[in-house]
Structures are given as structure tokens and as C-alpha cells.
Write a new protein. Structure first.
Length: 152
């Protein structure tokens, strides 16, 4: 069984985000182990470059050989292509890590440290929503790969 890690800058403050994430994590438990690592937002720094640098240091400590960065300039997958990506990863690794940066994004070191960048489109989404969307798309990918009727 593959382990899916989701490394996020910041935590979920509202209950409805937590509830949504917990629901998808529960659903995913049939298919994978799902870990969420919440890294602290660097609110004590004022200059965005300092924030990016410190958050980047924290993120870099969690990057693996199979890390995927959520980035607006990343590759866009439709759900079936994303399902094929997940299936390929399952066959070649036991651990896959997704990274969601902070409100300023991520530093260049982080961008250069990952092989794959994933985009949910050109729109900007709140980080809490991006986390829910990612969990849902991972769940949808497993359901597609299982031949289940969830995906229409």
C-alpha cells in the first residue's frame, strides 16, 4: 500500500475545512496511508523573501525523490490522467509526497528540488481549499483506478 504525504504550510483553522479533509482521508484509508504534515506559517517575518526562505527550509526537510509541488505553472491533469499518474507512482514507489506552499508560494530551492509540478489551473485558490481539492482528486484517482462509479 502506497503512503501519500501531504506537506502543507499552515493549518486548517475552520472546522468545515477539517471536516472535509477528514472525510477524504477516511475514504482514502481503503487505498493508501495518508499523512498530513502541517508546517508553521512564518508570520514573524515581514519581508516575503524571508518568509519564503524560512518556509522553504521547512519544506525541503520533507521533500522525497517522488515529491509533487502544487504550483500554478505546473502540469495540468484531467482526472483520468491524474489517475494514471497515481497508478504509475504506486507501481514504482511506496511513498508519494505532495507539497502545498504558503501564501507567498515557495522559494526557488523548493521548485528546483521536485521533479513534478501539478496545477489545478491558472486561478489562485486558498491553501485550505487546495488541500481539500488535492485530497478529493487523489481519492477520485484511486476510485477511477478501482473501476468504481464515483467518477463520471
Amino acid at each position: 500500500m502506497i503512503t501519500i504525504n501531504i506537506v502543507c504550510v499552515g493549518n486548517l483553522k475552520e472546522k468545515f475545512w477539517t471536516d472535509a479533509c477528514n472525510e477524504y482521508r477516511k475514504r482514502l484509508s481503503k487505498f493508501c496511508k495518508c499523512n498530513i504534515v502541517e508546517l508553521p506559517e512564518q508570520n514573524k517575518y515581514v519581508i516575503p523573501t524571508q518568509i519564503l526562505e524560512k518556509e522553504g527550509e521547512d519544506i525541503l526537510s520533507h521533500i522525497t525523490a517522488n515529491s509533487v509541488l502544487l504550483a500554478i505553472d505546473g502540469k495540468e491533469f484531467d482526472s483520468k490522467a491524474f489517475a494514471r499518474f497515481i497508478e504509475t507512482q504506486k507501481q514504482t514507489t511506496s511513498e508519494l509526497t505532495f507539497i502545498i506552499g504558503g501564501s507567498y508560494g515557495v522559494c526557488e530551492k523548493v521548485k528546483q528540488s521536485v521533479k513534478t509540478k501539478l496545477s489545478f489551473g491558472k486561478a489562485t485558490f486558498p491553501h485550505n481549499l487546495a488541500r481539500v481539492m488535492l485530497l478529493e482528486q487523489i481519492y477520485r484517482a484511486f476510485m477511477i483506478n478501482a473501476g468504481a462509479s464515483y467518477h463520471k
